[in-house]
Design a protein around this ligand. Structure first.
Ligand code: SF4
Ligand code: SF4
Length: 356
């Protein structure tokens, strides 16, 4: 059974209160023991897509970074480039976006490094005992770091139902080629009777896989690489990902990549989940999203599976219902938890200690 620490938050807490809770969790969990002098510390987070407002704010983590630096380590903030078209598809645009959201050395005292390089080609093949893969591509600067501090903003997700630590590791530490392999089974279809020929999906598809055929949009599965941009773009619900080809395989593959991301980091990683401004979709969405529930708090653990399970259980308890399943009925997010546990990534059994 893994230990998970939980610091509750009131509605609309000040940023300095949130930052103080993060440090308190760090101290109570005894995370200082994972750091040695001169360790390269990869602090993995999501800088937030352009116009998104849900991401973990720099002010939440500034005292945490100061604490980590206090152990004479070399921390850096990091993420990988995206599969979809946006402001984070190459390192130059990605860094500019990170700076625009306040993740700069001037503001936080640590540099930002995009872990998979300018065009997302810098990665290492890591061997894992998976069912889908025996090797996964992990961004070099994650592989080369000594310590992994994973900061995850828990949200719903269009294809995986939910995203937190497992997704931050599995999708977030993979270069574009790895993300593409994880999405390979996602083949959306268009329900012809719901298509109003608005053209939105055609404009959003990065590879020109959608065209009108016989009066409705049609997806060419030879060209489609499963990014789900079209699903997000369609406001009539005409574009759907059939359950058989979607969430289950994607979540299993994502868990295998997560296992690859932590290889060699045993005893050298810690996780924080931020249950703050929880939204229906993830921070890759290029617009501000309303939160779906009042802020809950922050969790910390050494175990990525236990922290995600505990986060989900807290959300369900406080919402009084399975909120992510309600938001994404076609995607059973439990798959990523169960499969990660089966792979040995962590345990779904946990003991929760509340920090007041
Ligand atoms: S058809 Fe949809 S899922 Fe496929 S590549 Fe285009 S936008 Fe992405
Ligand atoms: S976005 Fe939806 S309604 Fe618009 S063309 Fe595509 S499938 Fe049809």
């Amino acid at each position: 059974m893994s230990k998970v620490w939980y610091a509750p938050l009131g509605a609309e807490e000040k940023q300095e209160v949130i930052a103080a809770k993060v440090v308190e969790l760090f101290e109570v969990a005894g995370f200082e023991k994972i750091f040695n002098k001169k360790d390269f510390v990869a602090v993995k987070l999501h800088f937030g897509e352009q116009n998104n407002t849900g991401y973990i704010k720099p002010a939440f983590i500034k005292p945490l970074l100061e604490k980590i630096k206090g152990y004479e380590t070399k921390p850096f903030l990091t993420d990988t480039n995206t599969l979809y078209r946006g402001q984070r598809t190459n390192s130059v645009d990605h860094l500019v976006q990170a700076y625009e959201h306040g993740f700069s050395i001037e503001n936080l005292g640590v540099p930002v490094i995009i872990a998979d390089g300018l065009m997302s080609r810098n990665h290492t093949e890591v061997s894992i005992p998976g069912n889908h893969f025996d090797k996964v591509a992990i961004a070099n600067d994650v592989v080369d770091s000594d310590v992994l501090v994973v900061l995850s903003h828990m949200t719903g997700h269009i294809l995986t139902g939910m995203g937190a630590a497992i997704k931050n590791l599995g999708m977030g530490a993979a270069p574009r080629s790895g993300k593409q392999k994880q999405h390979a089974d996602v083949k959306p279809i268009v329900k012809r009777d719901r298509c109003h020929t608005c053209g939105s999906c055609i404009r959003r598809c990065p590879v020109g896989a959608i065209a009108y055929v016989d009066g409705s949009a049609h997806i060419d599965h030879e060209k489609c690489y499963g990014c789900a941009e079209c699903v997000a773009a369609c406001r009539t619900g005409a574009v759907r990902v059939p359950e058989s080809s979607s969430g289950i395989l994607l979540q299993e593959k994502m868990a295998e990549y997560a296992l690859g991301a932590i290889q060699g980091k045993e005893g050298k990683m810690c996780f924080f989940n931020f249950l703050i401004h929880i939204t229906k979709e993830c921070d890759c969405i290029k617009e501000a999203q309303d939160k779906v529930i009042e802020d809950i708090g922050i969790l910390a653990s050494y175990d990525p599976v236990a922290i995600d399970q505990a986060s989900l259980d807290l959300l369900t308890k406080i919402a009084g219902r399975n909120l992510f399943r309600e938001l994404w009925p076609e995607n059973d997010h439990q798959v990523q938890l169960a499969y990660s546990e089966k792979l040995g990534l962590g345990s779904r059994k946990y003991e929760l200690e509340k920090i007041e």
